[in-house]
Design a protein around this ligand. Sequence first.
Ligand SMILES: NC(=O)c1ccc[n+]([C@@H]2O[C@H](COP(=O)([O-])OP(=O)(O)OC[C@H]3O[C@@H](n4cnc5c(N)ncnc54)[C@H](O)[C@@H]3O)[C@@H](O)[C@H]2O)c1
Length: 382
Amino acid sequence: MRIGVPKEIKSQEYRVGLTPGAVREYVAAGHEVFVEKEAGAGIGADDSVYAKAGAKIAKDAAEIFSTAEMIVKVKEPQPEEWRRLSAGQILFTYLHLAPDPRQTHGLMESGVSAVAYETVTDGRGHLPLLAPMSEVAGRLAIEAAGQSLKRYNGGRGILIGGVPGVQPARVVVLGGGVVGTHAARMAAGLGAEVSVLDKSLPRLRELDELFHGRVRTRFSSLETIEEEVFAADVVIGAVLVPGASAPKLVTRDMLKHMKRGAVVVDVAIDQGGCFETSKPTTHADPVYAVDGVIHYCVANMPGSVPLTSSQALNNATLPFGLALAAKGLRAVLDDPHLRAGLNVHRREITHPAVAKSLGLPFKDPVEAVQATLRTQNSRWAS
Ligand SMILES: NC(=O)c1ccc[n+]([C@@H]2O[C@H](COP(=O)([O-])OP(=O)(O)OC[C@H]3O[C@@H](n4cnc5c(N)ncnc54)[C@H](O)[C@@H]3O)[C@@H](O)[C@H]2O)c1
């Protein structure tokens, strides 16, 4: 198959759909890979590195979109990109269509088959292509907290791990999923006193085993949240209720009882955030204070470390991408987890939750793809 990798054009996005290492895997499997000029600049991989990996360098996005049978990206296509997509092409990228009717209609009109990273599933009911970015964000959350705790940044002026004879920071993690676990691991590794709160008892049991008692686990309730948050130097917001906005676990009123110069890092800001006082910020201007509590609410944290993030993303997307490249849309019929990723197919919405949240009709993905393949076969036969 001919695979196309355009340069990301969304503001402040430096990741790339395929790393040079991933290109080698596609080429070794017999595919042709076209990479747009300077697509890898954000991760320090220039065109010669891609050429050495076996890619053909395309002069612009127009060449990529008109040549490729499958486009591999990172961010959702921007308006000028969805206008370049054409019927029969496969698009493999993050889409986040539920809150984005404009993009959804753009993709439907293009006739593309769009597989969204964020809805591909695995055998344990998890979202394997979302997890790597949560791992990155969880680890970054503690770096961000450490930076904001510095006195000249308005923080309490304490070192996360303390030093011998001086107590470390108290780090409280709300939500012990992927983000929360990686944040807890970093904080504990630095020597902080760490508590993780979660609503799921099985998850708390897993965390207790994982950290061998090094991290305190607490069932999340109004009382425990208050107790922990009021005593905290750092609070990491890492809750997720799939398909819903994040619950506001820390109210505006509660901030008054927190330590001045304490830091909250609301990683869940992409789902609205779990602090009532959170609003999205950017890498250029990441923090603000409310009642003396520093808020860090960057919605695309992994974008600040595009090299690590692109490699982590590619590790997860590669097997699915290779299956799509080898079998085309048949891969969606063969693998129920990849099928869960098919959001749009030839002008129809093929993901039930996306259809529901946009109030559009849902088309069963198996029926939709089978119908397309039947039409193609009968065309070839005649
Ligand atoms: N800002 C960023 O750049 C960035 C990057 C990656 C992920 N995220 C976001 O971080 C959030 C967490 O992602 P994740 O991958 O860790 O999700 P996850 O599903 O792995 O974990 C979420 C955890 O929250 C727990 N939870 C739900 N309700 C709770 C409550 N009331 N109290 C305590 N715990 C509760 C769940 O039991 C679960 O263990 C998501 O909103 C995700 O989109 C943001």
